[in-house]
Design a binder for this molecule. Structure first.
Ligand SMILES: *[C@@H]1O[C@H](CO)[C@@H](O)[C@H](O)[C@H]1NC(C)=O
Ligand SMILES: *[C@@H]1O[C@H](CO)[C@@H](O)[C@H](O)[C@H]1NC(C)=O
Ligand SMILES: *[C@@H]1O[C@H](CO)[C@@H](O)[C@H](O)[C@H]1NC(C)=O
Ligand SMILES: *[C@@H]1O[C@H](CO)[C@@H](O)[C@H](O)[C@H]1NC(C)=O
Ligand SMILES: *[C@@H]1O[C@H](CO)[C@@H](O)[C@H](O)[C@H]1NC(C)=O
Length: 516
């Protein structure tokens, strides 16, 4: 019973909290072609890592390096074997779309050459199952999981050779699945992938060089490789995009986009230096990719600070990259304040972190708290930034969600608050002219997490890892999202959280909601 008392307290504080998202609202306040969904990625959810002809990716190698405290995605949520049940769960929840990624090394083992028929069959099955339940597939081609064979053969994204192999892989996906998939994203969080993977060395492929890496990397060059990998990613994306547009788009009528992680930056103080530094942070984190995609070249400040270490586009490449997206997508979790830090430019051996010449202050994110702070104004700020800086392109929010201790509780009120507030913020942005087309929460299930392994969970559904069947259990947030997706009203004074919580608590046995 103590739990009920605790919940009453939480309700009270929730209702008392100042709500900055839109007022009471429902699904019907959004355009009918706006799409709501939830996401996962191949390595984080599929499992069956060594089954049916799949070969290793750099994500497997990373997960087996011990960095995620012994956890890995070998089995993960076993969606590879349970996709039918999962799609049924999506349909029951009311999801309109599912964002997932294709494992390149499952579809084309070793990265190039013949297609793996069982990999092809799996994605055909998953896509058909989604379509038959009226759920739109939104597909990402690269979610931190380059085939290890290509990493070993020529250094993966640091080599120009990757462009041809990526385009050939994309071609297979468009040809085989494009009659049913209308939303393609070439890269997930390209900015974070190159920064963490090639400068800090703590995401795949774990490359870095002293003194910059967080770990002692065996290979890499933190001064040059982040820029090189980013450049090749942009060229590979542009190649795939041109291919899609010339060969498929007319008949398949789909869209191709690119995904970045966005913080929302605000100056730490109102000094001119910090205000200029904030623009610089936006140029380095977002403009690095968004400027070439929208305008055909890197931001001037990057060319100035990075100098000859920043590759350049020739005229043909620039024309190829410019305009190569139909939409831009962001993953958003928290905001940061920016402080000018010009002395880092005096250091002779520099990396991205020195080139940007700012210090980021994440104090909004309470470090003693596992959960992320909920800052709807920041998500609105991100959407407003793209609207103003890039001429209001069509946007998707591909990830937005709440990190919690994975095994703590199914009564995830902080996640409910997060969803309600951010969805309200998106509605405010739409009403202020943003061309945002969809919102996906991360994640559908509690998946293998990039930094936390299985310590944290972001899912609407808990997955019992001790159970060989990997049984899924709905959290309170799944009930709340379902209520919203089916047209129920949410927001201040709607009473929906209280009603849903009460109903939820009576539907589970007292001990069931607390995970032991
Ligand atoms: C990284 O590349 C730069 C520029 O080519 C070079 O000066 C530096 O020595 C390289 N660092 C390492 C660790 O190889
Ligand atoms: C900066 O100025 C704006 C507008 O006057 C104000 O709202 C904001 O609080 C100030 N920020 C800081 C950090 O002083
Ligand atoms: C951070 O979180 C802890 C634990 O919830 C809380 O005690 C503390 O007051 C918070 N600090 C700030 C600055 O919000
Ligand atoms: C709404 O849009 C206008 C015009 O683009 C802009 O000036 C204003 O800052 C926006 N408001 C918010 C809250 O983003
Ligand atoms: C939940 O997981 C955390 C981190 O792995 C662990 O410290 C804690 O003891 C676990 N709690 C329960 C109730 O199993």
């Amino acid at each position: 019973m103590w739990k009920l008392c605790e919940l009453l307290l939480v309700w009270a504080s929730f209702l008392a909290a100042e709500v900055s998202g839109a007022d009471r609202h429902s699904r019907h306040d959004f355009p009918s072609d706006f799409v709501f969904g939830a996401g996962t990625s191949a390595y984080q959810v599929e499992g069956a890592a060594k089954e049916d002809g799949r070969t290793l990716s750099i994500f497997d190698t990373y997960a087996h390096s011990g960095i995620t405290r012994g956890a890995n995605g070998d089995v993960a949520c076993d969606q590879y074997h349970q996709y039918k049940e999962d799609v049924q769960l999506m349909a029951d929840t009311g999801l309109e779309a599912y964002r997932f990624s294709i494992s390149w090394s499952r579809l084309i083992p070793n990265g190039r050459g013949p297609i793996n028929p069982r990999g092809l069959q799996y994605y055909n099955n998953l896509i058909n199952e989604l379509i038959s339940h009226g759920i739109e597939p939104h597909v990402t081609l690269h979610h931190f999981d380059l085939p290890q064979a290509l990493e070993d053969e020529y250094g993966g994204w640091t080599s120009r050779k990757i462009k041809r192999d990526f385009a050939a892989y994309a071609d297979v996906c468009f040809r085989e699945f494009g009659n049913r998939v209308r939303h393609w994203t070439t890269f997930n969080e390209a900015n974070i992938f190159v920064l963490m993977g090639y400068d800090y060395g703590f995401l795949p492929p774990q490359r870095c060089s002293p003194p910059f890496g967080v770990f002692n990397c065996q290979r890499g060059n933190s001064s040059t490789e982040p820029y090189l990998a980013a450049h090749n990613i942009l060229l590979a994306h542009a190649s795939a995009s041109r291919l899609y547009r010339t060969k498929y788009q007319n008949t398949q009528k789909g869209y191709i986009g690119f995904n970045l992680l966005a913080f929302y930056f605000t100056p730490l103080t109102n000094t001119t230096e910090d205000i200029v530094a904030t623009q610089r942070a936006n140029d380095f984190y977002l403009g690095w990719f968004a400027d070439p995609l929208m305008y055909g070249d890197y931001p001037e400040i990057m060319k100035k600070n990075v100098g000859s270490r920043l590759p350049s586009f020739n005229r043909i490449e620039s024309r190829l990259v410019k305009g190569s997206t139909d939409f831009l997508a962001v993953n958003f979790y928290f905001a940061a304040k920016v402080k000018d830090s010009p002395w880092s430019l005096d250091i002779q051996l520099r990396d991205y972190n020195a080139d940007i010449a700012v210090k980021l202050d994440f104090s909004l994110k309470n470090v003693t708290q596992f959960e992320y702070p909920v800052t709807p104004w920041a998500l609105q700020g991100v959407l407003e930034y793209f609207k103003q800086k890039y001429g209001n392109p069509p946007m998707y929010i591909h990830e937005s969600g709440q990190r919690m201790q994975r095994n703590s509780t199914l009564e995830d009120l902080p996640r409910v608050t997060c969803l309600q507030e951010y969805i309200g913020a998106v509605l405010d942005s739409l009403r202020n002219g943003s061309d945002t087309k969809g919102y996906f929460t991360w994640s559908f299930l509690d998946v293998f997490e990039v930094l936390d392994g299985y310590d944290s969970g972001y899912g609407l559904y808990y997955v019992d890892l001790d159970d060989p069947d990997r049984t899924r259990y709905p959290k309170l947030s799944a009930k709340w999202y379902s209520h919203f997706l089916k047209g129920g009203s949410v927001g201040p004074d709607s009473g929906s959280i209280i009603d849903i919580t009460r109903e939820y608590l009576t539907s589970v046995s007292p001990n069931e909601a607390l995970i032991e």
